[in-house]
Ligand binder design. Sequence first.
Ligand code: NAP
Length: 250
Amino acid sequence: MNGKKVLLVTGGSRGIGAAIARLAAESGYCVAFSYVSDEQAAEAVAADIKARGCEALAMRGDVGNEEDVLALFQAVDYKFGRLDALVNNAGVVDRKSRVEDMSLDRITRMMRINVIGSILCAREAVKRMSTRNGGRGGAIVNLSSIAAVLGAAGEYVDYAASKGAIDSFTVGLAREVAEEGIRVNAVRPGVTDTDIHASGGQPDRVRQFAPFIPMKRPATAEEIARAVMFLLSDAASYATGAILDVTGGR
Ligand code: NAP
């Protein structure tokens, strides 16, 4: 193992997570990432990381499943022997729905992946990074959403609530580990051009929302990834508990 820093990004096979993985490799990180289903996409991202001269680890696993999370972190331990940064990026939306029509299964899945998954991964990262546990410190960035502020009424209030939880978690964990060499921040993207919208049954969502965004366009995944990389970097060395809106003014 060389002296390169190691980043773990959850949900790195496409969208914002893949953009973070590629940018991190360009910044010299060794990159581990997880995905759930799209092995081909994961292999392509791993190949891009390696093409940038960095080591890559792609691992299948559901962040909302504790066994998978433990296996993911153990794989990082085994391959790299260190962890310097975590990006809690994996997240899901669901079909457009009013709250009164939401099933328990839907709400549970949303919270399990978006909230519990992020907390479990942060728990494992803190165990390894905290100077209190003999670690060398590190940085965590959580992917929230401007939906946490706007509420996503009539669309997916459960998703908005899950991201509100991420905002609170970011502030609380940041304060809890501030003395232990770990910074914890969040990025709150606005509408970003990825496949997440199609996965929620709204493939045209980006186009439909564009006129309502002050900048009149969605973000690219890379524009969100750059904000994440800033918060991970030493340029943000005094930022912790911060939530950075990257929304084109929305
Ligand atoms: P995306 O294009 O749908 O990609 C999601 C990624 O997460 C994929 O790599 C997917 O793997 C993985 N994933 C999904 N469920 C997972 C699970 N249970 N465990 C592990 N990995 C899982 O999403 P995105 O648009 O890039 O969004 C990334 C983050 O930004 C999310 O937290 C999202 O809520 C947030 N965000 C997005 C937007 C937006 O407009 N796009 C706006 C605000 C916030 P597979 O490829 O294997 O399915």
